[in-house]
Ligand binder design. Structure first.
Ligand code: NAP
Length: 522
């Protein structure tokens, strides 16, 4: 059983998202560039902007930006000793923030270490915070803080009269996101806790799920003011930031590398299409994948896609796995059941076999099948070919021993050979490529001697970038029936969607369109 999800109708609409603000950090150093960054940020959906005085050229009239802006501002003048650019002495540096209060800015950000000095100066100048909110902040660009350190730091900020407490710490493991989420959940005041760097991206994207006061985004890709910031457009369009609230069901793709995965575009597009209160993120994981999956599911994740290199190691974190996972030795899908148990599934093999079998009359009975490659995808295809009733299956791999081992594991009908031996095995009805040969940028490469491709043969290529690989082109020219890797990619994702939302119709066409659009834009 999977967790219940409201079916279509009134209850199907997303719950009200949290009030977590989306803040864009402006990084320009002069007024014209700041203005253009601000307009872009507003157009992309930012709700508040951060102005870093320490990044500005001297004499920049920053107050005019505040006066003319339709968005509220956080004004920051980050000291060099806290990772910023300001080398002014402390009274001068903090005085600029007091100027911002006098200009009526909505928030100022002061380093926790400078809090006492700030309050002293404020009193000396006889200025009141009035409607300006004081963010007290702590940054550690070297390492993550432990839960105990986070609690002690937040409590110190509270004792120094912060309106908002903020901690930004460098992530060293994907598990640091879990620490961030747990500490946000137990915070008793408006709080921001962020894990910086690529490993910490989920902590920024999912801030709304865990009740953070705000999260920071960059104005454009690569223009962040801190490591790991996601650009504001992706936050809104790809990751559904504005729709994520405390009730949102979370999903994600685990891998390393993982940012190239089209999973978020495909799945979030499908959730949007069906009006589901759910979000899907990239999850870069460098180690301890089984522990990561368990901790994240305790924090509200309901399912995961799993990709290279974790398809095998993740099995250890499952409470149960389906037979295909045991036979293939790899899984690509985690489903959290109603009982809280984590169930491992493999949707890759059906993702590949279903579109192939559509071309062969429903199954592979009586067919001779050649599978190129014996890696993760190859194993799934060999299993699928056997399950679909193939007459015999030959798996050919560059490293022959891997093909031989795979054939032994699958038993009976499967023969494992080296790539050079294919010619000795006669004619095939179906050829499946599971190697990465032919993938961009090596688009001229073909994984097999083209002489082998014959009229009427069904040829499948797992590679979907480019959509029509050299192998498929050659097969088509010889009268072959082609099945592209896109069919497998969408197919395995459809099966994941169906496993996570069993009562919801899968928006197959929209998923396919989303991937095609993404491939077209690359
Ligand atoms: P993997 O476990 O790393 O296996 C890679 C396979 O490709 C191995 O058999 C390897 O042979 C072979 N190979 C790599 N470079 C080669 C070369 N230059 N010449 C000959 N053989 C070569 O990877 P995987 O997970 O199986 O993925 C393989 C491909 O399938 C990738 O392109 C991936 O994007 C694609 N894929 C597509 C989908 C989809 O949904 N369409 C899903 C999964 C995978 P050795 O054993 O000799 O190294």
């Amino acid at each position: 059983m999977t967790l219940p999800i409201p079916t279509r109708g009134a209850a199907h609409r997303p719950t009200a998202p949290s009030a977590t603000l989306l803040c864009v950090s402006l990084t320009a150093s002069n007024l014209p560039s700041l203005r253009s960054q601000l307009s872009a940020a507003i157009a992309a959906g930012a709700q508040i902007a951060e102005l870093r005085l320490d990044l500005l050229e001297p004499e920049t009239d920053w107050k005019s930006l505040l006066e003319q802006s339709p968005l509220p501002f956080i004004v920051t003048n980050r000291a060099q000793w806290e990772g910023g650019n300001s080398t002014l002495d402390e009274p001068q540096r903090l005085s600029m923030l007091i100027d911002a209060i006098e200009a009526g800015v909505s928030h100022i950000d002061v380093e926790l270490k400078a809090a006492d000095e700030f309050w002293k100066l404020l009193n000396n100048r006889g200025v009141k915070l009035s409607s300006t909110k004081l963010i007290l902040s702590h940054h550690n660009f070297d390492r993550p803080l432990s839960a105990e350190e986070i609690r002690a730091t937040l409590s110190s900020m509270k004792s120094k009269n912060a309106d908002v407490a903020k901690i930004a710490m460098m992530a060293k493991s994907a598990l640091d996101n879990c620490t961030v989420f747990r500490e946000l959940q137990r915070a008793d005041m408006p709080t921001i806790v962020l894990a910086m760097g690529d490993l910490g991206k989920p902590s920024r994207i999912l801030a709304g799920k865990f009740g953070a006061y705000l999260t920071f985004a960059s104005v454009a890709q690569g223009k962040g003011s801190a490591p790991g910031q996601v650009d504001v457009k992706s936050m809104v369009d790809v990751y559904r930031f504005g729709e994520i609230g405390r009730e949102t069901r979370l999903y994600g793709v685990i891998g390393n590398p993982v940012m190239q995965s089209m999973g978020p575009v495909l799945h979030n597009g499908a959730y949007r299409e069906r009006g589901l209160d759910a979000a899907y993120v990239h999850l870069l994981v460098e180690g301890e994948v089984a522990r990561f999956v368990r901790e994240m599911s305790e924090l509200g994740f309901c399912g995961f896609s799993v990709t290279i290199p974790w398809k095998m190691d993740v099995i250890e974190g499952m409470d149960e796995v389906e037979e295909a996972v045991t036979k293939i030795g790899a899984m690509n899908t985690v489903v959290k059941g109603l009982d809280g148990k984590l169930k491992g599934r493999n949707t890759d093999w059906r993702g590949a076999l279903d579109p192939i079998c559509q071309k062969t009359g429903g199954d592979l009975r009586g067919k001779r099948v050649l599978i190129l490659g014996a890696g993760g995808a190859g194993k799934a295809m060999v299993y699928g070919a056997v399950e679909s009733g193939a007459e015999d299956v030959v798996v050919a791999n560059r490293t022959k021993e891997k093909a031989v081992r795979l054939a032994d594991d699958m038993g009976g009908k499967v023969a494992g050979i080296g790539m050079g031996e294919i010619g000795e095995y006669g004619a095939f009805d179906v050829v499946m490529n599971s190697t990465s040969v032919g993938m961009i940028p090596n688009v001229e490469e073909c994984p097999v001697n083209v002489e082998l491709l014959k009229e009427g043969m069904v040829v499948f290529d797992a590679v979907y970038n480019p959509l029509e690989t050299r192998l498929l082109q050659e097969a088509r020219e010889r009268g072959g029936v082609c099945v592209s890797g896109l069919d497998m990619f969408v197919g395995q994702a459809e099966l994941q969607f169906a496993a996570w939302f069993p009562e919801v119709e899968v928006p197959v066409e929209e998923m396919r369109e989303a991937v095609l659009k993404q491939l077209g834009s690359q």
